[in-house]
Design a protein around this ligand. Sequence first.
Ligand SMILES: [Zn+2]
Length: 189
Amino acid sequence: MAKAPRDIASELKPGRVVPEPFSPPQWLALGDALDREMRQQFRIPASVDTIAIGWTSVEGLTRRRFQGASKVIRESANIPTPQPHVLAPTDNPQFADHAEQDVVNAFIDGLQEVSQDRSPLDGEFLRIYISHGDGPCTKCRQGLNNRQVYPGVLAEFSRRYRGLTVSVAWKNGQQQLEFMSLLGGERLK
Ligand SMILES: [Zn+2]
């Protein structure tokens, strides 16, 4: 008898290590479950974007969720505000304080708590699920695979922790998984 597909969403529990996804359907199910978990925690309606959730392999931080949200959501939800370690590459407020920027800054706050902030984080990962169907905006992606422009938050963050694999996932308008993998400030795929 064929083995039933693993129910990764039911394996996700608040305050516990995030289960490992092994396929695009599992990534989507996990992303949806992380999205639901954060919306329940902060009473964010399902219809509003953007929120983002990060999780990591770094010791001492594996049970954490690094949470981010757009400014509009933050106005009505009591989401912790991280320190502004990584800044947007523009003064235009439309492109500042984005959900993915919050996630990497919350992660750096966490690294400082466990005294890992100076580490290149070789072999570790930070994964980020973004609720928006377009994924990271062009400003947040700026400077990946192009060192001649000022880096956006993802490039700047990835250059700072050059051994850390940063995966960014989202569900596009066709309900398919989109994925970016970053290492040393470059987009690998
Ligand atoms: Zn952005």
